[in-house]
Design a protein around this ligand. Structure first.
Ligand code: NAD
Length: 472
């Protein structure tokens, strides 16, 4: 099928490349000329596993990039809108990009098309998109608007797209739903997974994925409610971690006990410095705003947001209690991206913490495997960027772990110890085992687990390796 994807960001570019891999002809449209030029030169503007392979495989053949939205719409049967929906100052979703795309689509409708919301949008957006297209010259029956929310996670975006837990198709007519079913058929009928060149199946993937057909409004709600629920799970376990810290319990053991209940499950029970990224913070605000507009005061979400913000304050207090005063202290920082596996720093708790520590007068030397370029734009020039985790640790008063990159979990602890001025590690992501850190001579603070000091008896034992990140 000929498909347009509007927006070449984390969602649009991944969706475009994956649709091409499913066998469709895809035009990815963007209005950012710099991005288009980079894509046409063969560059890969975001850090995502398997994306370079897919772009290489399909660029110039089944996958093209263009700034001509109307031309692309005229040539296509389905238009996926994947532009940004950032928050306004009041916390509502800013739908002006979606609206401007809808207006442009209207002028190019030359036969039956489906217009599909891929962006995360509040309930009722499909009605509005429909109205805007009609107001701008299209006629009833020439198009349908559907909601097909995207659940990919940055860092594993390509495999999430191709091996989804579910595909939600929110369409109000059978004609529209059948076009979407045809687009996803290679996944739902499982033929994609039989191909020798299919992107490898990740652990835990259930194939083929179910396709859940709903109304457009239900699909819009599914996306907001899913993100709100996941954020709630994170804030819940962070609140439990705070109680663990007060009473000297170990949140990891508590999580094991909670997560073994199949009604709860172990995933997303990762205490830390809170959620961030371009989705959870804005989607929670938008969901709360939309609920309010509908007459429901969703105060549970207020509390989820409050706990999340408090996690960063608690972490700063932990740094202070480890170092006494902060002014003039040199801190090594591991991780700037909002989570491991991505270069995205939007709403990254790591960046917010670095900014707060700079304000306190700390000197920061930071290392992130992928996010330096983006972080340089966000942080002032007083942050030094290191080439490795060990360089970030060099002569530091303490090392802070702020992003759960697997690379950090596999560091050589002996070497890390020798680089630091004082062997103090404050881990905002619970990447290491406290006993192993103590055995290797570190004073080690983490989230929801008792702090440990160097174990004199065991300080000469060899480094046995560290816990691998087992995050969702
Ligand atoms: P992004 O900011 O990375 O990309 C948006 C792209 O849209 C940009 O390249 C921008 O230039 C382009 N754009 C804006 N207006 C345009 C226009 N009029 N015509 C053509 N292109 C235009 O955003 P993203 O992270 O890909 O997110 C897109 C949407 O998907 C958001 O609603 C987001 O909430 C949702 N979403 C994001 C993720 C994620 O992990 N990033 C996951 C699921 C859903």
């Amino acid at each position: 099928m000929q498909i347009v994807v509007v927006g070449s960001g984390y969602v649009g570019l991944v969706a475009g490349a994956c649709f091409a891999d499913l066998g469709h002809d895809v035009i990815v449209v963007d209005n950012d000329q710099k991005k288009l030029a980079a894509l046409n030169r063969g560059e890969v503007p975001i850090h995502e596993n398997f994306l370079p392979e897919l772009l290489q495989r399909h660029r110039g053949a089944r996958l093209r990039f263009s700034d001509d939205l109307q031309g692309a719409v005229r040539a296509s049967a389905a238009i996926f809108v994947a532009v940004g929906t950032p928050p306004t100052e009041q916390g509502e979703a800013d739908l002006s990009y979606v609206e401007s795309v809808a207006r442009a689509i209207a002028g190019a409708i030359n036969g039956y098309k489906i217009v599909v919301e891929k962006s995360t949008v509040p309930v009722y957006t499909s009605d509005w998109v429909s109205k805007i297209i009609l107001r701008n010259g299209a006629e009833h029956g020439q198009f349908d608007v559907a909601s097909n929310p995207e659940f990919l996670r940055e860092g594993t975006a390509v495999t999430d797209f191709l091996y989804p837990d579910r595909i939600v198709v929110g369409a109000d007519t059978e004609r529209c739903a059948s076009v979407l079913r045809e687009i996803y058929a290679p996944l739902v009928d499982g033929t994609y997974y039989l191909r020798p060149d299919a992107i490898p199946r990740p652990d835990r993937a259930q194939i083929p994925p179910p396709l859940i057909a709903t109304s457009a409004k239900s699909a819009e709600l599914i996306k907001h409610a899913s993100n709100a629920f996941l954020a709630m799970k994170i804030s819940f376990i962070n609140a439990v971690a705070s109680i663990c810290e007060s009473v000297g319990a170990n949140v990891q053991q508590v999580c094991q006990g909670i997560g073994a209940d199949t009604r709860i499950g172990p995933r997303f029970l990762n205490p830390g410095i809170g959620y961030g990224g371009s989705c959870f913070p804005k989607d929670l605000l938008a969901f709360r705003a939309v609920a309010r507009e509908c007459g429901y005061d969703f105060r549970l979400l207020d509390e989820v947001i409050r706990i999340n913000e408090e996690q960063r304050q608690r972490f700063i207090r932990k740094v202070r209690s480890a170092l006494w005063t902060l002014r003039g202290k040199r801190l090594g920082v591991l991780g700037l991206a909002f989570k491991g596996g991505t270069d995205d720093i939007r709403e990254s708790p790591a960046i917010l913490l670095v900014q707060a520590l700079l304000q306190e007068g700390c000197e920061i030397c930071a290392y992130d495997p992928a996010a330096h370029e983006r972080a340089k734009e966000a942080l002032n020039s007083s942050v030094h960027f290191a080439e490795s985790a060990y360089e970030a640790a060099r002569d530091a008063d303490a090392l802070l772990v702020l992003t759960e990159w697997e690379e950090f979990a596999a560091l050589d602890l002996k070497r890390l110890h020798s680089e630091l001025k004082y062997p103090i590690v404050i881990d905002g992501r619970n990447l290491y085992h406290p006993e192993i850190m103590a055995a290797n001579g570190f004073t080690y603070y983490s989230v929801g687990r008792p702090a440990v000091s160097p174990d004199p008896a065991a300080s000469a034992t060899p480094v046995p390796g560290v816990k691998k990140s087992a995050r969702s």
